[in-house]
Design a protein. Structure first.
Length: 391
């Protein structure tokens, strides 16, 4: 782990931080990248981290890459707008106009991403400062990850160009829950998290020497990973009724049970297909294939489940889990010459991808801000000195 450093309230190892910092100071000037994971409303943690960065004027980054909600948070960081991410998540993504579970189940009313993104346009109630962002990007580069729907390939689209809002919409277009087509450049796009939930390899391929990754879930080291499918399914069975209880919508419980039955059937089919590909992993219960099937990913699995899109959904799931696991292993064991720091929550966040309470969002935001301040206090001077960015 000499080139990898986990940074959270739990993983706060001062000797390790000092050793890592010493290596940075003794190295050549570095191209430093900022990579931001998505996670829906869990992005409130990231909003806290970025607000801590902005209050100290900390930005040694030459390259920015964000996925889904991570791209949206990144937009406000680049445009130098503190509290933007907090306001957007707390006041817009919790609004019934954005997503209402009962209407989704009973009326097939999808997530209203268009309504939310109208707010960030120049004429909206929470506009992004495009002029300020373009000024910041004069000597830097920023990309949002979106997924080509035909090939499920991750594509990195420049941010804050003329089509900047379409780019955000493509990166955030969760399949099934948001069912409107996103088309530009003669292609159809879906959520970037399908193909690159944590696009750290892209930063490395674009020449980064040091990558700071902001996560919305804890960093699991190999000895901590849990990969038992039955445990995950048990969490699903507990969480599904909880969606209803949280919103006092008991009248739609039958619909949720029906959705749960369909989910289980499709998942079993996909599981058998995966077992055929990696029999050793499936039989042992400890293989890498299942390391991501935790309660933390329930919302994403639900989001990818549809009535008439079985093969499409399974393809997306395969793509998501395969690329996520690849990124996870890459970050724990970076190639020679690359250093990675993962800023993450201490444990699973209280907030969910959707349907989070404002109290839970507040708690997670405060943790993000605290972790961000700790990171700045230990690394701001070092990274400002180490950065190769032209100022």
């Amino acid at each position: 782990m000499t080139n990898h450093l986990p940074f959270s309230l739990k993983a706060f190892d001062l000797p390790l931080i000092n050793s890592f910092s010493h290596k940075l100071l003794n190295a050549k000037k570095k191209k430093i990248a900022l990579v931001v994971q998505g996670g829906g409303q869990r992005g409130i943690f990231t909003a806290g981290v970025f607000d801590a960065f902005l209050e100290r004027g900390f930005d040694p980054f030459e390259l920015y890459i964000g996925t889904s909600a991570g791209a949206l948070n990144l937009s406000s960081y680049i445009s130098r707008q503190p509290r933007f991410g907090y306001d957007f998540i707390v006041n817009y993504t919790t609004d019934n106009e954005f997503f209402n579970l009962y209407k989704y189940l009973s009326q097939q009313k999808p997530m209203n991403l268009d309504w939310a993104l109208e707010a960030v346009r120049a004429h909206g109630s929470l506009p992004l400062d495009v002029t300020a962002a373009r000024q910041v990007l004069r000597h830097r580069h920023a990309f949002a990850c979106a997924t080509r729907k035909d090939t499920l390939q991750d594509i990195y689209i420049p941010m804050y160009e003329d089509n900047w809002c379409d780019v955000l919409r493509a990166s955030c277009a969760i399949p099934v829950i948001y069912n409107q087509p996103v088309n530009f450049d003669d292609l159809e796009w879906v959520d970037g998290g399908v193909s690159a939930a944590v696009p750290v390899k892209e930063a490395w391929q674009r020449g980064a020497d040091l990558v700071i990754v902001v996560r919305t879930e804890p960093v699991l080291l190999p000895q901590d990973e849990s990969s038992r499918f039955d445990d995950w399914r048990g969490k699903v069975e507990i969480a599904l009724p909880d969606y209803i209880d949280r919103l006092s919508l008991n009248e739609s419980l039958d619909k949720v049970k029906a959705l749960h039955g369909e989910l289980t059937t499709k998942f079993e089919s996909w599981k058998l297909n995966w077992r055929d590909k990696e029999p050793g992993a499936a039989s042992s219960g400890k293989g890498k294939s299942w390391s991501l099937l935790s309660a933390d990913n329930i919302e994403r699995f639900l989001a990818l489940t549809g009535n008439n899109k079985r093969l499409e959904v399974i393809d997306m799931l395969n793509r998501y889990y395969t690329t996520y696991q690849g990124a996870h292993e890459f970050m724990l064991s970076p190639p020679e010459g690359l250093q990675i720091i993962q800023i993450s929550p201490e444990k699973s966040l209280k907030s969910r991808a959707l349907l989070s309470s404002k109290d839970d969002l507040e708690i997670d935001y405060r943790e993000g801000k605290l972790v961000g301040r700790e990171f700045v206090s230990h690394f701001a001077d070092i990274l400002n000195e180490t950065s190769a960015l032209r100022r």
